[in-house]
Design a protein around this ligand. Structure first.
Ligand code: FAD
Length: 507
């Protein structure tokens, strides 16, 4: 636990924020505070009702940018730690309230779609708009966001932007960073900033990126404008095939992408990962999934290129309808979250993931190295019921690997994270960095990948530190996320007492 640095007691924090927002929008009941102290990184202890704290003083629900500003001004004045929240699907500890008596500032009530502009092809939403809701409104007009993370039914725009989220159709539409046109945010202390909507500009560095991916550690995102695209109903086509090895599957994705085509979905699953999606998938074979969507003539051309690339590699075909139907049921709503809770309770069993990015030339090496190290070094490897990975987002220069690991838990629930999740996560992160990749592809740094931030960023870390120093030197915003802190809550490498350690020049 990091002690509160607030000049107010817990009761005074609650009184002050109640004066600002009114009692209806300040929650202080114990169950709410316990649930708000963690996210899905601690889903196993949470489902067992184990919450070791620290607990926030309150969960508050502002309904406007002015109210967010007033809360952040109060927080800055009294040094109250703030954890922004919207959809609550965070997986990396980003929502953990590591400082006692924090304020969880929940923007989910700011849920209005403010504008859909069919000429300039953009939509403006408040931070609490669920992606699925915007998508439904757009589809009714023949449009789409193009954004389709598996958390689409639950995730909201504040979190989607703050975590640099990415969706299943990313090869065609890009990640959220390719979609955000402009946005509004509140800085620590309450200043409101707006990055205006323009098609492009060259007026200095791109300031959208100070806010996109900030994980609530620099600012509270209140409003977002995203591009919208025409939706071409009924044109989507799917291709599925099995290959003998990862190199063939990844090579196929690479060939299609670097040849200049933009499939919507482009994935390769390892054998065990494929079997959790397709029960009849044969052992030992990799599964490749590609799709095309958009204007019919573009789909036709993309499909022709995919088929030409497929013809070059030994494979076994999977029925198009099998892939289409699987893809249409991939997303997670509350039903799957509830089913997962039952599994955790009834079978002492769960699954986690760690997603990293890697150049094409080192993808197979990374996969092999992780599989090898886990089998040799992880002393509870016998409890693993699934270990695999898929590549699900591809680029001109490389791809991601999304490692999946399920296990039976042979320990007290409280020990699960240290005995299973953290060592497995560490191996994957270390190997990704060793092969020159990124330790996090799209879930965010949260509070558990901060130990590797210096290695991740190398000499460029000073740029990130500069942002924290400029905007949140008192570390009010989501302490412990993105920027590592010591046990007293001091920013590591930022304060006068702990100067920035020299970092090795990039290799
Ligand atoms: C089942 C499941 C599937 C997922 N699939 C994907 C996927 O396909 N692709 C993907 O990218 N991610 C995925 N995720 C991760 C997660 O859903 C996304 O990162 C999503 O963007 C988080 O949105 P949220 O609204 O739930 O944010 P939250 O969980 O509320 O918050 C996430 C982080 O953003 C910060 N934050 C939230 N709101 C704001 C705000 N208004 N201003 C500033 N900071 C804020 C929080 O402090 C926290 O650090 C998945 C998660 C789950 C549980």
């Amino acid at each position: 636990m990091i002690p509160s640095r607030s000049t107010l007691t817990r009761d005074q924090v609650v009184d002050a924020v109640t004066d600002l927002l009114g009692p209806d929008r300040v929650e202080t009941d114990e169950a709410t505070l316990r649930a708000a102290s963690v996210d899905r990184f601690r889903k196993y202890t949470a489902v067992h009702g184990i919450h070791d704290g620290p607990f926030p003083a309150a969960v508050v629900h502002p309904s406007s940018v002015e109210e967010v500003s007033a809360v952040l001004e109060l927080a800055q004045r009294h040094r109250i730690a703030v954890v922004p929240r919207t959809g609550g699907t965070s997986t990396e500890g980003g929502l953990e309230t590591v400082v006692a008596d924090s304020l969880v500032v929940d923007g989910s009530g700011m849920d209005r779609v403010l504008a859909i502009d069919e000429v300039d092809m953009m939509a403006t939403v408040q931070c609490g708009v669920r992606l699925a809701d915007l998508e439904d409104q757009l589809r009714a007009r023949g449009l789409t966001t193009g954004h389709s993370p598996q958390s689409k039914p639950l995730a909201q725009y504040g979190g989607l932007v703050a975590t640099r989220s990415i969706g299943q159709l990313s090869t065609l539409y890009g990640g959220i960073e390719d979609m955000v046109v402009g946005l509004e945010a509140v800085l620590p202390g309450g200043r409101v900033v707006r990055v205006k909507n323009v098609p492009r500009r060259a007026a200095g560095p791109d300031v959208r990126h100070v806010l996109i991916g900030n994980e609530g550690a620099l600012a509270f995102v209140t409003e977002v404008t995203v591009k919208v695209f025409r939706h071409h109903e009924g044109t989507a086509r799917y291709v599925g095939l099995r290959t003998a090895d990862l190199a063939t599957g990844v090579g196929l994705l690479r060939e299609v992408v670097v040849d200049g085509y933009r499939p919507a979905v482009a994935r390769v699953y390892s054998p065990d990962d494929a079997r959790q999606h397709f029960g009849d998938h044969p052992a030992g074979e990799f599964l490749v999934v590609l799709s095309a969507e958009g204007p019919a003539r573009l789909v036709e051309a993309t499909m022709a290129a995919i088929e030409a690339a497929v013809a070059q590699v030994p494979h076994t075909r999977v029925e198009e309808e099998t892939i289409r139907s699987w893809f249409e049921h991939l997303n997670w709503g509350t039903d799957k979250i509830e089913a997962e809770k039952q599994t955790m309770l009834e079978r002492a069993h769960l699954g986690y993931t760690t997603e990293v990015a890697v150049d094409w030339s080192r993808t197979v090496e990374l996969y092999d190295a992780v599989m090898d190290r886990i089998s040799r070094e992880f002393d509870r490897a016998g409890d693993l019921t699934l270990l695999g990975a898929h590549s699900s987002h591809s680029y001109q220069t490389g791809t991601n690997l999304y490692f999946v690991y399920d296990y039976d838990i042979a320990c007290e629930p409280r020990e699960e994270i240290d005995l299973y999740h953290r060592p497995l996560n560490a191996i994957i992160v270390e190997e990704a960095l060793r092969v020159g990749g990124s330790m996090v592809h799209h879930h965010g740094v949260g509070k558990y990948r901060t130990p590797w931030m210096a290695e991740e960023h190398g000499s460029a870390l000073v740029l990130l530190h500069g942002l924290k120093q400029a905007f949140d030197r008192d570390n009010i915003m989501n302490p412990g996320s993105v920027f590592p802190v010591d046990a007293a809550g001091d920013l590591l490498g930022l304060g006068e007492t702990t100067p920035v350690a020299p970092v090795a020049p990039d290799r």
